[in-house]
Design a protein around this ligand. Structure first.
Ligand code: DAH
Length: 348
């Protein structure tokens, strides 16, 4: 029996060599230690062993069992460690490699400038109202006191659509649309696209953006002084300058009318080619709302009074961003668009 046990031990240890694989180790475990394995079988046959030898044989069985178990344990650990090393090597991660850059978009500079302008007017208590691009003659011209044969009504200047509609030539239609639906007090800005039969050039485009603004209340409560205050504050907040002047002008829908000029940002008023050596650049048109406009929306001009203004967003953008060609805003070349850090906080 002793020889039999020694043979089991010898064979098991030989099979549990350093290069034994998982399957081999398992096979030895089952054959030697398993429930019907070699050692278990011998334990069952112990009854036949003479009483005096039993303790020694029993000890030997336990010893072989522990030896084989320990050897299996050692080999299994080794295999596990090797598997870990292998998987670490295969899935190696170089944490010093540069990360993947996720391209981050931003709103178009014109949208951004528009947002910034609206924020400034909202901070002064104006509300924002969107009005329509496709308009009729009444809201784009007649109600704004354009005489019947005014040149702006010419086919040369305005895109006419079938059925007598047209593409609005300015956002001043917003004044009419809002006022005819509501009663003063009103302080509203109307942003939007406008269309004119112009060529796309350095300074003009057939499609452009404007902001129209107006404030109306009981006669005597909104004066030209408020107009000057609001627009001077706008220039300060948007351009960072209070070097502005109001120059008398003419618009059919305002009386008196004015244009707001600002010290040229490039030469700070000294005179340069961009401001044609005048030191000033024109920023917007404005004035006190004409009594005929009040009548067109059925406000009594004896009872109500107010001011209005309108400005081009692209043109103002050119000044603000120091860009010298309007077309760049419409070409959607990312090399151009990505040059401008956001002025507004983002998207409304
Ligand atoms: N509607 C004018 C334009 O398209 C801009 C403008 C000028 C609007 C004076 C106004 C204003 O409200 O008072 O050029």
């Amino acid at each position: 029996m002793r020889e039999q046990l020694e043979e089991i031990r010898r064979r098991a240890m030989a099979e549990l060599a350093d290069d034994a694989g998982e399957a081999q180790i398992d096979a030895v475990r089952v054959r030697v230690l398993g429930r019907s394995g070699e050692l278990t079988e011998i334990m069952r046959g112990m009854r036949e062993v003479p009483g005096a030898e039993r303790p020694a044989i029993g000890q030997l069985i336990n010893q072989i069992k522990r030896e084989v178990e320990a050897r299996i344990e050692t080999l299994s650990e080794k295999l596990k460690a090797a598997a870990l090393t292998k998987s670490l090597n295969e899935k190696r991660l170089d944490v010093t490699l540069p990360g993947m850059r996720i391209a981050r978009g931003h709103i178009h500079p014109i949208t951004d400038i528009l947002e910034k302008m609206l924020q400034i007017f909202e901070s002064m208590g104006f509300e924002v109202a969107m009005t329509q691009d496709i308009e009729d003659d009444f809201h784009n011209f007649a109600a704004l006191n354009f005489p019947p044969h005014h040149p702006a009504r010419d086919m040369q200047d305005t895109f006419y659509l079938e059925g007598g509609m047209l593409l609005r030539t300015h956002t001043s239609n917003g004044q009419i649309r809002v006022m005819e639906k509501r009663r003063p007090p009103l302080a509203v800005v109307c942003p939007g696209r406008c269309y004119r039969r112009d060529d796309l050039t350095v300074r003009s485009s057939p499609m452009f953006t404007q902001i129209e603004g107006f404030m109306v209340d009981k006669r005597g409560r909104i004066t030209m002084a408020h107009l000057k205050g609001v627009l001077t504050e706008f220039a300060r907040a948007f351009f960072g300058t209070t070097a502005v002047r109001f120059r008398a002008s003419y618009f059919p829908f305002t009386e008196p009318s004015a244009e707001l000029d600002m010290h040229c940002l490039l030469c700070d008023g000294a005179g340069c080619p961009v401001c044609k050596h005048s030191g000033w650049t024109e920023v917007l048109g404005c004035g006190m709302i004409h009594p005929n406009v009040m009548r067109a929306v059925e406000y009594d001009p004896g009872e109500y009074q107010g001011f209005a203004f309108g400005m081009g967003v692209e043109r103002t953008g050119l000044l603000k961003l120091g860009v010298d060609d309007m077309r760049l805003f419409f070409e959607n070349d990312l090399r151009f668009l990505s040059q401008f850090p956001a002025l507004s906080a983002g998207v409304r």
